[in-house]
Write a protein that binds this ligand. Structure first.
Ligand SMILES: Cc1cc2nc3c(=O)[nH]c(=O)nc-3n(C[C@H](O)[C@H](O)[C@H](O)COP(=O)(O)OP(=O)(O)OC[C@H]3O[C@@H](n4cnc5c(N)ncnc54)[C@H](O)[C@@H]3O)c2cc1C
Length: 349
């Protein structure tokens, strides 16, 4: 049994089995799929965000990066696309929009990782590539908000189809709020209202203009200088109270409220996985980026060791060494010989 991991898991019926279960689909998690694939190891990734790419996709997709080897300049979003393309031959599985919550071991020395939505994964190796941790939504300070979470209140739009034919109120003044308002107003939701506490918006000028145009054409309702202060409804959200600077309290009937006030990173459940943590990062052995729990590795921004640099290219190196060690742990009797891709090519699954 690995140190620190309980062995209390009873057999489950539905679970995703893989060789390396990667927690975090940021650039380092994605590159792990490629390096593991070269060794014929299959990967599955879990990410709390609804899309792959980690910080590159969530925080700065349109910013150019200048220190990726052989790319003098590449947009962060394009780097994610290239990594997905590079990983594709190895057919990685994804559990997106779910947070890896608990880890236990079964009686066959495999890790069982369950998400906050109850999806169960099983693997002999865990690679934590959790970056800065989970991006938690910034929640507005509204009484009884928790009662309506997943009953009409959502903080991330995972699938716009969920809102088809529904009345939706979006709050926020940044790109997410503007982009989703524009998207849902385009024949998806039956009614869209955008509520923002200021007059001006922080988002891209094109998106702001589109929102103003839609409001001018009567296709959405735009309430600036107002903020949601109350939620109500029986089983499901039915209405919101909006405090408006000049008009006082306004009640809006709605099926959904999506406050999009940004995401803040937190180490999250991984902090309770009995790993040695130092200053919010997981301590690893630089020989193979293994943690204090046998079979659990940590790569990328989430790990720490003397001289650590939180750079993408360092995470790529860590992923490459880590999968070699993982292979030897899974197949202790097999000989692993380094083969150049120029000689062997890339033989997908
Ligand atoms: C504005 C900005 C500019 C930057 N510029 C550069 C640059 O020029 N060059 C460079 O090399 N680096 C740059 N960086 C840093 C770079 O983005 C990080 O080093 C890189 O993203 C780390 O990759 P990662 O895969 O380790 O983690 P991340 O990209 O942080 O991805 C981790 C993923 O793990 C997920 N996760 C965490 N915990 C869980 C859990 N329990 N369950 C499910 N999912 C979980 C998160 O949702 C996240 O998607 C920049 C960062 C920022 C913010």
């Amino acid at each position: 049994m690995a140190a620190g991991v309980e062995t209390t898991f009873a057999a489950q019926t539905i679970m995703i089995q893989t060789d390396i279960l990667i927690i975090g689909a940021g650039p380092c998690g994605l590159f792990t799929v490629f390096e593991a694939g070269l060794l014929k190891l299959k990967c599955h990734l879990i990410d709390a965000l609804p899309q792959a790419g980690g910080q590159c996709a969530e925080i700065y997709p349109k910013k150019p990066i200048f220190d990726i080897p052989a790319y003098p300049e590449i947009l962060a979003g394009d780097l994610v696309d290239r990594l997905m393309e590079q990983a594709a031959p190895f057919k990685p599985g994804f559990t997106l929009g779910e947070r890896a919550e608990t880890i236990v071991k079964d009686d066959e020395d495999q890790f069982i990782v369950t998400t906050n939505r109850g999806t169960v994964h099983r693997a002999p190796i865990i690679a934590i590539a959790g970056g800065l941790g989970c991006f938690e939504p910034r929640k507005p300070p509204v009484d009884r908000l928790e009662e309506y979470e997943d009953r009409g209140v959502e903080y991330i739009i995972k699938d716009p189809e969920f809102y088809r034919g529904k009345k939706v109120v979006i709050s926020g003044g940044g790109d997410s709020a503007l982009d989703w308002t524009n998207f849902l107003a385009d024949g998806v939701a039956s009614e869209v209202t955008l509520v923002h506490r200021r007059d001006g918006f922080r988002g891209h000028p094109d998106s702001v203009q589109k929102v103003l145009d839609l409001a001018g054409e009567g296709k959405i309702r735009l309430l600036t200088n107002g903020e949601v202060v109350g939620v109500d409804g029986e089983e499901h959200l039915e209405g919101l109270t909006i405090k408006h600077k000049t008009e006082g309290d306004i009640r809006l009937e709605t099926d959904h409220w999506v406050p999009l006030f940004g995401l803040s990173p937190k180490l999250g459940p991984i902090a309770d996985w009995n790993l040695n943590i130092s200053k919010n990062a997981i301590e690893v052995d630089t020989f193979d980026y293994s943690t204090n729990v046998d079979g659990v590795y940590a790569i990328g921004d989430i790990n720490t060791y003397p001289g650590k640099l939180k750079l993408i290219l360092c995470g790529f190196h860590e992923a490459t060494l880590m999968v070699q060690s993982a292979f030897k742990r899974i197949y202790p009797d097999k000989n692993l010989v380094l083969k150049y891709t120029t000689v062997n090519g890339v033989n997908g699954f």
